[in-house]
Design a protein around this ligand. Sequence first.
Ligand SMILES: [Zn+2]
Length: 266
Amino acid sequence: MAERPRTYTAEGVILRRRNIGEADSIFTVYSDREGKFDAVARGVRKTRSKMRGHLEPLMRSRFLIAKGRTLDVFAQAETVHHYRVVREDLDRAATALYCAELVDRFTVERAPQEGLYSLLLGVLDALEDGCGIAVARYFEVQLLALTGYDLALEACALCGSPLPAEETLLSPSAGGLVCRLCRPRAEGGRLLSLRAVKVLRYARRETLDAFAAVAVSPELDGELRTGLALMLRHTLERDLSATRFVEDVRRLPAAHPPPSPGGSVE
Ligand SMILES: [Zn+2]
């Protein structure tokens, strides 16, 4: 029987860190091939640690990882990109950390999502190159599409009829834009200006480079941010309750417990 390899290599972006004990940290990484995983870096908070400068949230690094019984352990780490501009600017760092948190929340461990790693890298690269923080809106729209919650933006999400060029409701429960007639059935949402609707469609259809070249004012960005935040929250809450439901079902006692071997049912 072939033995499982004891180490593996991975390249990824560090989403977050949690310190444990006196000098160790657990890092959550999103990588191309492995998807999301946690691993511990022993002694990384000591000044003489060789891995210290290569393991920080928002860094893109290459790792050699040893499999552990409960938690994998970083054996080596080497930086591919520091994203220094992003990490040293308050607004950029906050935006990038927000995208990292979304990746964390929208994924499960060891299940790589096609296209998500390059989307995350794309947004980090854009922020590093000086693009405005509105690239986070592009990230949100594309993240929803990649994870199976693509927004209905071209026609009404409820009745499918074409949407006139006007202020339009973005409805979380409907999963996208909703026409005026369907509004009463849409269970709330955020009314978007025509300009905001156009930017949303552009974010869904175009490349990140094309989107980053569009001038999005802070007001317009704010309008889109609140609308998309409603969509993201609705999606996560629905997912969370589904996860809880599955866990509840698992905890239920079996309807017909198997009889214990040789014993009697009490
Ligand atoms: Zn409709």
